[in-house]
Unconditional design. Sequence first.
Length: 139
Amino acid sequence: MKSYRKELWFHTPARREFINITPQVNEALRESKIQEGFVLVNAMHITASVFINDHEYGLHQDYEEWLERLAPHAPIDQYRHNDTGEDNADAHMKRQVMGREVVVAITNGKLDFGTWEQIFYGEFDGRRRKRVLIKIIGE
């Protein structure tokens, strides 16, 4: 069995953003030369997420509004975590809902997706450098 590891780095200008990282994951898969196996893609920061869904702008706006209703950013004093001087408690909660990682099967050298599936990086406390790990194992 072979393994391949790659990191993606992001520094989003906005506090919250959704980025389609499917092309970067496909590139890592090509670099790995693995034909059958699995790819793990995970956010390496506690206020960011990796998830699979449709690449449709309206859906991403719906996520933004839904997540803000679930865990509103303001007022920041509503969260005990922010008593430490932080202002990102909502980002931790949004990440918890959207998830840390995804695993996708690799079949014949390709990501084995369902219809419309794409991989996204979700940033909930941007404006600083963060990374995503891609780990591919297989033959």
